[in-house]
Design a protein around this ligand. Structure first.
Ligand code: KG4
Ligand code: ZN
Length: 338
């Protein structure tokens, strides 16, 4: 069968990434993360786009080198068109367009949110690919969605956050505790040795399959302020229990909505994506769902859950098969539906 080599570029937020795929197999997946934002406790858009400009050429060079593929062997260039930060998207988009022009090969625009979901179709993962239809839960610092996936390019958002993303809920809670950015992985780490029921936090009442996390953040802030007023070392003394309680509340919110989504759609296959899928409590809860509710769950390799170009490449390949190419006049789009 034919071998299609695709170079994929992802630059929607604060990671510059390039990948080379041969059909649905990933040959390389290079990610340059931007450390600079740690100093500011969050992603600074202007700094992100400047860092993309510095990183993009070396990252692409490295991806080609690792894959042992020459530019001349590429059949298409896939890139993230959106959603994301405009300045960041522009770097990847302009680069992809000029490279496709220079090499005289097709250009393929990719929707970042579709890519988080279609990452499950990258070959060589430890488990089988999900069968249609399935539910996708995309959870990261920028997104929180439940998507009904009927086919590769037939997706419907059936629930989403009305304020903060779940990763933000983790990061903002961590900030209240004085932990460095991004604090999500640290909450996960400290929670391992804590009591998840030590401090009950309220669960938001949000309609249907939607999420809300800003109330939780405020509840945590007031709770911590009140406790620290009485005992200045409250956070240090109870860090593990606080983190376990925060994590328990967030995971409960996600699982409740998943249960609702399964009931509503009758679909029991659940695939997760986005950086927060690394969270150990979420992974555990999904596995428990298999026993308790008869779910079938799909959790990708860590490198394909956080922002990466391999997931852009698999969408590029699926679109290539349909000869679904973009016009060279295409522009980046900060807000774009799935
Ligand atoms: O997908 P990602 O790398 O970037 C985007 O936001 O698109 O996701 C990053 C988010 C951050 O909010 C980070 O704190 C969170 O994922 N995260 C975690 C864990 N690992 C990463 N949150 C909770 N537990 C983790 N183990
Ligand atoms: Zn993402």
């Amino acid at each position: 069968s034919q071998k299609i080599y695709i170079l994929a570029i992802e630059s929607s937020c604060d990671d510059t990434s390039a990948a080379v795929l041969c059909n649905d197999v990933v040959l390389s997946n290079v990610v340059a993360s931007q450390k600079i934002h740690e100093l500011y406790g969050g992603v600074v858009p202007e700094l992100a786009s400047r860092a993309h400009q510095q990183n993009i050429v070396p990252v692409i060079d490295q991806a080609l080198k690792q894959a042992k593929v020459k530019k001349e062997d590429l059949q298409a260039i896939a890139f993230t068109r959106g959603p994301g930060l405009m300045g960041s998207l522009l770097v990847g988009t302009s680069f992809a367009k000029s490279l496709a022009l220079a090499l005289d090969i097709p250009l393929i625009d990719v929707n970042h949110m579709q890519a988080h979901i279609l990452a499950h179709f990258i070959k060589e993962q430890e488990y089988p690919v999900p069968e249609f239809p399935f539910l996708a839960l995309t959870i990261s610092g920028g997104h929180t969605q439940i998507v009904k996936v009927t086919d590769y390019f037939d997706m419907e958002v059936i629930g989403e956050t009305i304020d903060d993303a779940v990763g933000e809920a983790f990061d903002k809670s961590a900030k209240i505790l004085g932990l460095p950015y991004p604090g999500g992985p640290l909450i996960d780490k400290y929670a391992q040795h804590g009591d998840p029921k030590a401090f009950p936090f309220p669960k938001p009442k949000v309609k249907e399959l939607n999420f809300s996390f800003s109330g939780l953040k405020t509840a945590i802030l007031y709770f911590i302020q009140k406790e620290v007023d009485q005992n200045p070392s409250f956070i240090e003394e109870h860090l593990h229990d606080i983190c376990a309680s925060i994590q328990y509340t967030i995971v409960n919110i996600l699982v409740d909505k998943l249960k609702k989504a399964v009931k509503h759609t009758g679909i029991k296959s659940i695939a997760i994506g986005g950086g927060v899928s690394a969270n150990s409590a979420i992974r555990k809860a999904l596995k428990e769902g298999e026993q308790k509710y008869g779910w079938q769950t799909f959790i990708p390799k860590f490198e394909y859950t956080t922002d990466n170009a391999a997931m852009i490449g698999i969408v590029g390949y699926l679109k290539y098969l349909q000869q679904d190419f973009s016009d060279i006049s295409i522009v980046a789009k900060a807000r774009i539906k799935i």
